[in-house]
Design a binder for this molecule. Structure first.
Ligand code: NAP
Length: 237
C-alpha cells in the first residue's frame, strides 16, 4: 500500500516540487493550501491518480483540525508530513506592522507546530513516519529587514529539535531543511544582483530543495537535524 504524504503549502513553490517528487516515488499525496484552485491544479499535475487537494489556512486552528479529520477519513494514516506553508513580509522592524508580526508567527511557526501536533496521533500508527519542516537560512544567520520572519524560522528550528527528542522513541523522525534564495513566487521580487552574494552564483530551484526533503523523509537514522540548501550563502552571511 502506498504511503500517505501530507504537504502543507503543496500548491506552489517548494511544496509543489516536494509533492511532485513524492508522487513519483509512489506516495499518495494530500496537497494543502488556502487557494483551492491552485491545490487542485497541482493535484491534477501529479504522477498517479489518487491524490487529494485540501483547502486550509494553517493560521486557523479549527480548519487545521477539520482538515486532518478529513484526511484521516479519506486517506488513512499519515506516513509523511511536510510543512512548506509560509509567508514573508519583509520590512525593517521599526516599520513592521503588528498584524504582519502576527501573520508571520502564526503562519510560519504556530501553523507548523499545530500541523505537527495534529498529525502525530495518526503517524504513531505508521512504520517509519517522518516530518520535514521548511525553515530558512535566515533563521540560522539572521537578516536585516527580516527580523520577524527569521524569528519564526529560528523558532521552527528549536521546535524541530525538541519534537525530534520527544518522538524518537516512537520511531518518528523530525528534521528541518533550511533553504537560501530559491526561485518561487516568494522570491519573485528579489533583484537579480543578489545572485552575486551566493557562492554558487545562482538562485536555487524548488526541485533542489525537494530532493533534500525527500532524502530526509526516506532516510532511517537521521533526526533532529538541520540541512541547509543555499548554494553556500550561509558561508558568507
Ligand atoms: P510560495 O511559492 O509563496 O508558496 C507558499 C505555499 O504556502 C503556497 O502553497 C501557499 O498556498 C501556502 N500558504 C501560504 N500561507 C498559507 C496558510 N496560511 N495556510 C496554508 N497554506 C499557506 O513560497 P515558497 O518559496 O515555496 O516557500 C515555501 C517555504 O519555504 C516557506 O515556509 C518559506 O518561508 C520557505 N523558504 C523559502 C525560501 C525561498 O527563497 N523561496 C527560502 C527559505 C525558506 P496559498 O497561498 O494558496 O495558501
Amino acid at each position: 500500500m502506498s504511503r500517505l504524504a501530507v504537504v502543507f503549502g503543496g500548491s506552489r513553490g517548494i511544496g509543489r516540487a516536494v509533492s511532485r517528487l513524492l508522487a513519483v516515488r509512489g506516495c499518495r499525496l494530500a496537497v494543502v493550501s488556502r487557494n483551492e484552485d491552485a491545490a487542485q491544479t497541482t493535484v491534477a499535475s501529479l504522477y498517479g491518480d489518487d491524490h487529494v487537494a485540501f483547502t486550509c489556512d494553517v493560521f486557523k486552528e479549527q480548519e487545521v483540525q477539520k482538515t486532518f479529520e478529513s484526511i484521516q477519513k479519506m486517506c488513512g494514516n499519515i506516513s509523511y508530513l511536510v510543512n512548506a506553508a509560509g509567508i514573508n513580509r519583509d520590512a525593517l522592524l521599526l516599520r513592521t506592522k503588528p498584524e504582519d508580526m502576527v501573520a508571520l508567527l502564526h503562519t510560519n511557526l504556530l501553523g507548523s507546530i499545530l500541523t505537527c501536533k495534529t498529525a502525530l496521533r495518526s503517524m504513531l500508527h505508521t512504520q517509519g513516519a517522518a516530518i520535514v519542516n521548511i525553515g530558512s537560512v535566515v533563521g540560522l544567520k539572521g537578516n536585516a529587514g527580516q527580523c520577524v520572519y527569521s524569528a519564526s524560522k529560528a523558532g521552527l528550528e528549536g521546535f524541530t529539535r525538541s519534537l525530534a527528542k520527544e518522538v524518537a522513541s516512537r520511531n518518528i523522525r523530525v528534521n528541518l531543511v533550511a533553504p537560501g534564495f530559491i526561485r518561487t513566487d516568494m522570491t519573485a521580487e528579489l533583484k537579480e544582483d543578489m545572485i552575486r552574494s551566493i557562492p554558487l552564483g545562482r538562485f536555487g530551484e524548488p526541485e533542489e530543495v525537494a530532493q533534500v526533503v525527500l532524502f530526509l523523509l526516506e532516510s532511517s537514522y537521521i533526526t533532529g537535524q538541520v540541512l541547509v540548501v543555499d548554494g553556500g550563502l550561509q558561508l558568507v552571511m
